[in-house]
Ligand binder design. Structure first.
Ligand code: NAD
Length: 287
């Protein structure tokens, strides 16, 4: 396989970065991969498990000479990290990120990107409720989508980054950043908030014990608990940075919920049956 990028730097060494590393090695499309994470414990684990060809003790060292720099840190620190590394980015390098929100990341990162560096924001729609350097695996991106929001970046470099993600197993599409944030508010962000809420509600009920919740969990609630176990820092940052779209979808969600609540109170079986028939058809259209 031909080497697409001679030197790749991963900043942040958690679930997404570690999965990217193993997927890059599987695809055999890059040269040396350097890595940096803020916590020395994480860097120690990375060295112990062979995550990255070289783990550096500063972000600046990790990105020096890199052709592709991938920001795999929580959204809230993307700007600080970019400011920290900006002086070390070489002209012609590609800077990308994997943040789950795109407009806020672009607004925060772009002012710190030096002239001559191609900033191509991205978001792999793949994850688990795990986090940290030990949680990654090469297959994470297989047959999942990766959305790029190029924001006017050089077309040749965008095409190359698309091919890179395809080599990692993904399907790739391009989207406007605002539209990305609205789509993800529907398909990922608001559903996570609902799962967090449902698990919080179950925990608050004094007349239902924790043991009963665990023993008698139906599949739906179990799925909620899995989603609600997702990383608190990452998800805090998602909601703080995709405020408008999440609030819009949450507003619509509560309207629908109130309508269902009223139908239950009034014994309006027709409303409930029609609603559930419509949602069943949507599911059958997806799979
Ligand atoms: P993670 O918690 O597993 O890893 C985050 C890493 O960033 C850790 O290694 C941490 O040490 C490091 N870090 C934190 N602050 C730092 C700083 N200031 N400087 C350097 N390193 C720092 O998180 P993750 O799940 O890999 O998520 C990383 C990014 O990927 C986030 O922006 C998230 O929105 C995005 N993302 C996550 C998922 C998912 O499901 N987990 C899916 C798609 C995209």
């Amino acid at each position: 396989m031909t080497v697409m990028y001679n030197r790749v730097a991963l900043i942040g060494l958690g679930l997404i970065a570690s999965s990217m590393f193993w997927a890059m090695k599987r695809a055999d499309v890059v040269g040396e991969v350097t890595g940096y994470a803020r916590s020395s414990d994480t860097r120690d684990v990375a060295r112990e498990i062979g995550l990255c060809d070289r783990v550096c003790d500063s972000a600046a060292d990790a990105v020096a000479g890199a052709d592709l720099i991938i920001l795999c840190v929580p959204i809230g620190v993307m700007a600080d990290v970019t400011r920290e590394i900006s002086g070390m980015l070489k002209p012609g390098a590609v800077l990308t990120d994997v943040g789950s929100v795109k407009r806020a990341v672009i607004n925060a990162v772009e002012p710190h990107v030096p002239d001559g560096v191609h900033f191509i924001p991205g978001h792999p729609l793949a994850g688990t409720e795990q986090s940290g350097p030990r949680s990654g695996f090469a297959e994470l991106f297989d047959n999942r989508w990766c959305l790029l929001t190029p924001n006017g970046a050089d077309a040749t470099e965008v095409k190359k980054l698309r091919t890179f993600w395809q080599e990692l197993g993904s399907n790739v599409d391009e989207m406007d950043a605002d539209h990305h944030d609205l789509v993800l508010a529907v398909t990922s962000h608001t559903p996570h908030l609902i799962a967090y809420t449902m698990v919080g509600v179950a925990d608050d009920l004094s007349r239902v014990t924790d043991t009963e919740v665990v023993n008698f969990s139906a599949a739906g609630f179990r799925d909620f608990t899995r989603i609600a176990a997702s990383d608190p820092t990452m998800w805090r940052d998602v909601f703080l940075n995709n405020k408008d779209a999440t609030l819009e979808i949450l507003g619509r969600f509560t309207e629908e919920l109130f309508a269902l609540q009223r139908a239950i109170r009034q014994g309006d079986g027709e409303h409930l049956h029609d609603y559930f028939t419509r949602t069943r058809a949507i599911r059958r259209g997806i799979i």
